[in-house]
Design a binder for this molecule. Structure first.
Ligand SMILES: NC(=O)c1ccc[n+]([C@@H]2O[C@H](COP(=O)([O-])OP(=O)(O)OC[C@H]3O[C@@H](n4cnc5c(N)ncnc54)[C@H](O)[C@@H]3O)[C@@H](O)[C@H]2O)c1
Length: 339
């Protein structure tokens, strides 16, 4: 598979490294606004460079395009990519709201092209193992789930890119940019969210428009309750955690590594093996590689990737509802939403 990358910033280079390391993939071209990056890209990856992404899309030798630009740019770039007949990998969040995400999804459906959204933590060994146990209903009826992203970002972080902390750039703040990974995992494990009640505020980073803290209570469709905490004001930054509690067991992932689990019906060999390595940090790169391999296989086998556009939109739906709940001081029911 031949790849093109649009947007060569912080995460664009990670994508380039991942593609360069895959046996059945080749990075053919990168497009980014800054011409000064051309030399570095050519030297590092031996591929072409464009300042106008439409030049990259015109190339007939590119099969899959990875969009690594700010969220507000994802829709137009993805629409142009679909029009050019390219499959797409879009960075999280899929877009700044569900309306724009739906437009993107529809364009790929119409063209019969594959669309996947980067949520590499679904491919962490701990996430894969927990999902299997959930399929096997080993935790029993789920009653409670939590997703916590207790991080710190300094002023320099927000100053570095104008879209960060801007409604019309990232579509949100600590929830939409940082906590979106754990919110995605929470709904992946617990099932669809029925309703949310949230409160968001900007308490530390007074220079940004969006929230630097967002909290929410959730009711899942299966009757379980949940809690979301997402913040970038927790100096100096702590950790990220996703926990699930069921009738027959519980488990918790901290910093993408299995921290604990307990099953009433006994031990699970795969989880035991993960616990034995719990001192080791989970490799973000390895999870990216697994998601790329899944997308390549999806294109080759003509099946949906694990994180389709619809899957990638679910976290945005939950976060948008939390923003609405915070603004209206009310519970928001996701089932009756028509936006
Ligand atoms: N999966 C992850 O763990 C992860 C981590 C970081 C960022 N992200 C996501 O990746 C996306 C990009 O984030 P980032 O931190 O790399 O941002 P960044 O600001 O560092 O980089 C964005 C890049 O896009 C380029 N760009 C902007 N407009 C362009 C245009 N019209 N044509 C071509 N290039 C253009 C910019 O020049 C820049 O190089 C965001 O959606 C972000 O949420 C995901």
């Amino acid at each position: 598979m031949n790849f093109g990358i649009i947007g060569y910033g912080a995460i664009g280079d990670v994508h380039a490294q991942v593609i360069a390391g895959l046996e059945d993939a080749k990075l053919v071209a990168v497009a980014s606004r800054t011409p000064e990056k051309a030399e570095k890209v050519r030297e590092k990856y031996g591929c072409d460079f464009y300042t106008d992404y439409r030049d990259l899309l015109r190339r007939s030798d590119i099969d899959i395009v990875s969009i690594c630009t700010p969220a507000i740019l994802h829709l137009q770039m993805a629409l142009d990519a679909a029009a050019a007949g390219k499959h797409c990998i879009v960075e999280k969040p899929i877009e700044i709201n569900t309306m724009r995400a739906e437009e993107m999804i529809e364009a790929f459906q119409k063209k019969g092209l594959k669309l996947c959204v980067i949520f590499q933590h679904r491919f962490d060994p701990a996430s894969i193992a927990l999902k299997r146990l959930l399929y096997e209903t080993r935790f029993g009826k789920l009653n409670y789930g939590t997703a916590k992203t207790i991080w710190f970002r300094d002023e320099a972080y927000y100053r570095a890119s104008i879209w960060r902390g801007a409604w019309n750039g990232d579509g949100g703040g600590a929830l939409m940019n940082q906590a979106v990974h754990s919110i995605d995992l929470l709904q992946y494990f617990m099932g669809p969210v029925q309703a949310v009640c949230g409160k968001c505020d900007t308490l530390y980073h007074l220079e940004i428009e969006t929230e630097d803290i967002g909290l929410a209570l959730l009711r899942f469709e299966n009757g379980a309750l949940g809690v979301i905490e997402g913040t970038t004001l927790a100096y100096p930054g702590r950790n990220t955690e996703v926990s699930i509690y069921g009738q027959k067991g519980s488990a918790g992932i901290r910093n993408h590594t299995l921290e604990h689990y307990c099953l009433k019906d006994g031990k699970d060999a795969a989880l035991e093996a993960l616990l034995a390595q719990s001192g080791k940090k989970t490799s973000n790169r390895a999870s990216f590689i697994r998601q790329y391999q899944d997308m390549i296989a999806a294109v080759k086998e003509n099946r949906p990737p694990l994180v389709t556009g619809e899957e990638g939109m679910k976290s945005v739906q939950i976060i948008n509802a939390i923003y609405e709940s915070s603004a209206k001081n009310a519970w928001i029911d996701l089932r009756n939403k028509d936006d």
